[in-house]
Design a binder for this molecule. Structure first.
Ligand code: CA
Length: 225
């Protein structure tokens, strides 16, 4: 049984940057170390990881074949990403040796839940993801937040927003970046929703000065020097 310690490594095999990029950033935010591969060949050269997310539609080698070849040499858990529901039968039939699958378009939280479930099944430990920023503690694994040692109940987007700002505490994160990563990679809707969430977050944390507005740019976590 794989009993990994420290940072968990995930290989994201996906040729579509618009999907792979935000996915990789999101997983890094969860505390995983992410390697990306845009082709089947690259994937097969980078299989020394703790889990593989494998898109079936790849430009060179067929995703099914990639899955079989990884499985032929390692027991690394594989979660297959498929674009078509009709592929699911073959995946579910474990013909591929995959551990689980998600169908595009998938929700990011759903995928993270699948990753955790698969990893739990093999007895792996999750990354230690509790981060302290000033008097705030953020646990990315359980998605819990404490302000001055008191737990604060946040809505999912509020948590994602705080986790993103905390990822590079002190740095300004642009509104566009936040909308893309917390909401949707193709967010064209009203941006007022962001301000509403920031206001709610400030109120819930009881530290309004913690999230600083940088006018015309975005927001930053004001960390004490
Ligand atoms: Ca693809």
């Amino acid at each position: 049984m794989r009993q990994a310690e420290g940072v968990q490594r995930i290989l994201v095999v996906e040729d579509d940057d618009a999907i792979a990029e935000p996915l990789a950033r999101g997983l890094e935010r969860e505390g995983y170390a992410v390697t990306r591969a845009a082709t089947g060949r690259e994937a097969l050269d980078n299989t020394d990881v703790d889990l593989v997310l494998l898109d079936l539609g790849l430009p060179d080698i067929d995703g099914y074949e990639v899955c079989r070849r990884i499985r032929a040499k390692a027991t690394t858990p594989i979660i297959v990403i498929t674009a078509r529901g009709d592929e699911v039968d073959r995946v579910v039939g474990l013909e591929l040796g995959a551990d689980d699958y998600v169908v595009k378009p998938f929700g990011y939280r759903e995928l993270v839940a699948r990753i955790r479930a698969v990893r739990r099944r093999i007895g792996a430990t999750e990354p230690d993801a509790v981060q302290r920023v000033g008097t705030i503690a953020i646990d990315r694994r359980t998605r819990k937040v404490w302000s001055e040692e008191t737990e604060v109940l946040l809505a999912p987007k509020e948590f994602d927003l705080l986790a993103l700002l905390a990822e590079d505490a002190g740095a300004v994160i642009s509104r566009q970046q936040i909308l893309e990563q917390v909401w949707d990679p193709h967010w064209y809707g009203p941006t007022k929703t962001l301000d509403v969430h920031v206001a709610a977050l400030r109120k819930k944390l009881g530290q309004p000065q913690l999230i600083e507005t940088v006018r015309g740019v975005g927001f930053r976590l004001a960390v004490q020097p």
